[in-house]
Structure formats: structure tokens, C-alpha cells
Design a protein around this ligand. Structure first.
Ligand code: NAX
Length: 331
């Protein structure tokens, strides 16, 4: 039998946490044959709720779940973890300045970076979900210099999956037949959902999405804004922000990273830019990636047309500004 893998979920008493921990305990993240030990962290005001989640995990009698650590102590939470899913953060509240929210998250991610660096297992893989996700991941990277930068990522897979979903609805095809959309840039409304290389599996072979949709106007405007604004549309409908789709996408992100992407398929991940596609290095930016043997690599050589170039640069610009704002909170 396999050794259990320790998976940390921060903010585990929150909405996404509540959807995510049972998925992990059922093997959706790491595989149906992979035992897990869950480490759940939240802050003292949420300690009782966190304990309630632990009680439910016990009650669900998950065969793969070999242990649960529920704590408000960041060192205890981080000790020995192989995978860290960072969902906890400070939300933007009505009337708050961007800088104040950034400042709270910078201080959270700075201290959690140090705890992970000192106490996590070697080669721990980190996924930041909490917003501003790209910049929180960047701060985590800066303050955990001994964790390899390739191990620190942020979630844009939800945006990627939303794009697949929109194409599948529009063409009335199975979502599993659509692939190779790309989310470029920030997990924010400046992200660029790109279908220029996306395809659909049809009885007559793989066809480009552009050819099948045959409506560039829709693809270049409404499709893009629908994906960019989907989070707000969910809040409007549900009165709460996306939770089950965020949790499911976080599982997809880690599963593909650890177990590999299927041949011929790429996914979107926020990763540390190496300058590919002329995106400034030193940002956590969402790129198309393939994964093999537990490592991601950026898909190279895709053509970028003029409209795309502008959109790649615009979202990079926003990330540079967020980075500057984050750094100004440090001093
Ligand atoms: P909730 O407010 O329901 O849960 C957040 C939890 O984090 C709370 O239980 C809170 O007590 C805890 N927390 C706060 N500070 C903490 C700290 N220092 N250490 C540990 N835990 C802490 O929010 P939820 O809806 O679960 O969303 C969580 C985060 O995901 C938010 O930042 C949200 O903006 C972000 N999202 C990111 C998405 C993405 O695709 N990257 C999509 C979904 C989501 O909006």
C-alpha cells in the first residue's frame, strides 16, 4: 500500500474548504489509491467551525483518509506537508482600500511562507487559491527562498474550466471533447481566455474551436467577458462566491501537476514567469503548461496574434502594478 500523502488546506473552515476537503479525502485530488492525511488550518475565530468540519470528516468514514490535523497553529499545520493548498486569506470588504487588503494578505503570505519553508516536506508543492492569487503566490515565493520556485503556483484552472464550459455550451458538445483553451495572466478580470489553439474532438477528427464556432465576434468579445466576469455572475446568482467549482478545479490543478497531463493536452497554471512569450520574468502569470513526472513546463511556440499580444501585455501590466503595491506594503 502507498504511504499517505499529507495535504494542507488553509482557510479550511471557509466555503471552498468545505467543498475541497471531502474531495481530497475521496481521492479526487491525488488518485483513488492514494491515502491522505489532511492538515486543516484556520484562524482562532473559526476554530470551532473548523472542528465541526473535522467531526464531519470522521463521520464520513472515508477509507483513504488516514488522519486529520485541525489547528490554528501555522507550524503544526505546515509540518511535514507534501502538498499545500492555500485557500485562507483576507477578503476585500465593502469600502476597503485595495492597499489595505493587499497589506493584510502580504502579511499572511509572508508568515505562512516562512512556516512552509521551515516545516513542510522537501519538494512540497504549493497551490495558492486565495486572492489576489498570483500576487499572494509571488509573496510566498519571495519569503520561502529555499522552496524551488517551480513548486509555487496559483489557481487559474477554474478560469480555464469556465472557458471549456462556455465553448461546450455554445457548441452543444461534451466538455470532455473540448481542450487546449488558455488562460493568460492574472486571475482577475484582466485575464485573457484564448481559444486560438483550442480544439474539439468530433467524429471527423479534431477541429479548431474558431472554425466550429464560426463567429469571431462572439469569441473576441462576449466569450472573453463571460469568462472574465463569471465569478461575479456566480455571486449574483448564488449570493456566495464560487466554491464547488473552485474546489474541483484545485483538485484538477494538483492532480494534473502530480500525475501528468494527457498526451496532446495542456492546462493553465499560474507559474513563475521565465520570460516566455515576452511576459516579464518575476511575475506569477498564468500560462499553458503540460506536466510530466511531477513538473510543469510552459508550452512553447504558440503563435500570438496582435489582439492576443495586447491582452497578454495588459494583464502583465496589472500584475506588475499588483507586485509594486505588494512590495510597498512590505516597507
Ligand atoms: P471564505 O471567507 O468562506 O473562507 C476563507 C477562510 O480563510 C475563512 O474560514 C477564514 O477564517 C480563513 N482565513 C483567514 N485568514 C486566514 C489565515 N491567516 N490563515 C488561515 N486561514 C485564514 O472564502 P472562500 O469562499 O472559501 O474563498 C477563499 C479564497 O479563495 C478567497 O480569497 C477568494 O477570493 C479566493 N478564490 C479564488 C479563486 C481562484 O480561482 N483563484 C476562485 C474562488 C475564490 O473566489
Amino acid at each position: 500500500a502507498k504511504e499517505p500523502v499529507r495535504v494542507l488546506v488553509t482557510g479550511a473552515a471557509g466555503q471552498i474548504g468545505y467543498a475541497l476537503v471531502p474531495m481530497i479525502a475521496r481521492g479526487i485530488m491525488l488518485g483513488a489509491d492514494q491515502p491522505v492525511i489532511l492538515h486543516m488550518l484556520d484562524i482562532p475565530p473559526a476554530a470551532e467551525a473548523l472542528n465541526g468540519v473535522k467531526m464531519e470528516l470522521v463521520d464520513a468514514a472515508f477509507p483513504l483518509l488516514k488522519g486529520v490535523v485541525a489547528t490554528t497553529d501555522v507550524v503544526e499545520a505546515c509540518t511535514g506537508v507534501n502538498v499545500a493548498v492555500m485557500v485562507g486569506g483576507f477578503p476585500r470588504k465593502e469600502g476597503m482600500e485595495r492597499k489595505d487588503v493587499m497589506s493584510k494578505n502580504v502579511s499572511i503570505y509572508k508568515s505562512q511562507a516562512s512556516a512552509l519553508e521551515k516545516h513542510a516536506a522537501a519538494n512540497c508543492k504549493v497551490l495558492v487559491v486565495a486572492n489576489p492569487a498570483n500576487t499572494n503566490a509571488l509573496i510566498l515565493k519571495e519569503f520561502a527562498p529555499s522552496i524551488p520556485e517551480k513548486n509555487i503556483t496559483c489557481l487559474t484552472r477554474l478560469d480555464h474550466n469556465r472557458a471549456l464550459g462556455q465553448i461546450s455550451e455554445r457548441l452543444n458538445v461534451q466538455v470532455s471533447d473540448v481542450k487546449n483553451v488558455i488562460i493568460w495572466g492574472n486571475h482577475s478580470s484582466t485575464q485573457y481566455p484564448d481559444v486560438n489553439h483550442a480544439t474539439v474532438r468530433t467524429p471527423a477528427g479534431e477541429k479548431p474551436v474558431r472554425e466550429l464556432v464560426a463567429d469571431d465576434k462572439w469569441l473576441n468579445s462576449e466569450f472573453i467577458t463571460t469568462v472574465q466576469q463569471r465569478g461575479a455572475a456566480i455571486i449574483k446568482a448564488r449570493k456566495f462566491s464560487s466554491a464547488l467549482s473552485a474546489a474541483s478545479s484545485a483538485c484538477d490543478h494538483i492532480r494534473d501537476w502530480v500525475l501528468g497531463t494527457p498526451e496532446g493536452t495542456w492546462v493553465s497554471m499560474g507559474v513563475y514567469s521565465d520570460g516566455s512569450y515576452n511576459v516579464p520574468s518575476g511575475l506569477i502569470y498564468s500560462f499553458p503548461v503540460t506536466c510530466k513526472n511531477g513538473e510543469w513546463s510552459i508550452v512553447q511556440g504558440l503563435s500570438i496574434d496582435e489582439l492576443s499580444r495586447k491582452k497578454l501585455d495588459l494583464t502583465a501590466q496589472e500584475l506588475s502594478e499588483e507586485k509594486d503595491l505588494a512590495y510597498s506594503c512590505l516597507s
